[in-house]
Design a protein around this ligand. Sequence first.
Ligand SMILES: *Cc1c(COP(=O)(O)O)cnc(C)c1O
Length: 369
Amino acid sequence: MVKFLDIKRITESFEPQLSQEATRIISSGWYLLGEEVNAFEKEFADYCDSSHCVGVANGLEALTLILQAWKQMYGWAEGDEVIVPANTYIASILSVNHAGLSPVLCEPSDRDALIDPTRIEELLTPRTRAIMAVHLYGQICDMKAIGEIAKRHGLKVIEDCAQSHGALYQGTRAGALGDAAAFSFYPGKNLGALGDGGAVVTNDRSVARTIRTLANYGSQTKYVNQYKGMNSRLDELQAAILRIKLRRLDADNDHRRKIARRYIKQIENPFVELPYVHSWLRHVFHLFTIRCKQRDALQQHLNKLGIQTLIHYPIPPHKQEAYAEWNHLSLPITESIHQEILSLPISQVMTDDEVQQVIEAVNQFRPTE
Ligand SMILES: *Cc1c(COP(=O)(O)O)cnc(C)c1O
């Protein structure tokens, strides 16, 4: 059987180092706000070509904290608007609500499933404050076009890098391409912890400081509270694990690209559409997504041959019960992506033989009628 993502095998590939680090942290007696988080923040900021990194509890809170910080710093009002791609993972959109702002959905481009910059300007209102660029599946958005729109209209750009650790755009890393960026270290991400974790990366010192305060009960000095903040921390154990795994991130992403290259070269099936790749450095293949009009039949066919696949994502955010106010909306590109998309197995520990099995199984597929 070919698993979609074998997290156990990924963890084992870092052993015995991870267990040694865990033992070291356990016996240190220090579990929060310590040297490991400080060191990881420095190393991850460097890795992302950025000057500041703040470790937080997860990716959703990283996004929320950035928006909350800007809201405080610039005096944005409750309900001010943030443009978000309509086909993203729902957490991107939830963060806007959690910051007391209003998400405005933008259709993606049908070609690459990334936010379509040519559709952003028609969505702007006097209350628009920011654009969220989600580097979906591991591929960086058109940051030049997005940056130009933001500049023209005085908007902030937030990057959702939860799927794009290490991707490069014109020589610069994901995370250093907007005003601030959010990362998730959920175990299945390209850089994953052994539990939840997240980080904000930015070149803006005052944003970093505000986020640190907001994430610490709104307090900079102990027992003095400036904001109604929250508690959102990356812990020492996760930081120590991430420091080990960060050293191999580039090699891991190269392995993913190697697999993607083979899929693109060797999958030949008239019923299957391969992903559009802008450039091989811009993409880190968090997911390898194909499109197929007979998606459910293809998924069943692969399942029968022992190949696990997943759908990212089966229901678009505007059709979710959580967003009942949007259920009447028609967003045809987003909806067709959700109907046709299928993610094939890809990871830093997948073997050549497993890749071969996937290729052969996809090539064998024919819709029945
Ligand atoms: C995983 C993910 C998040 C949320 O990260 P968590 O750490 O799970 O909260 C946000 N946005 C995108 C695009 C994601 O894939």
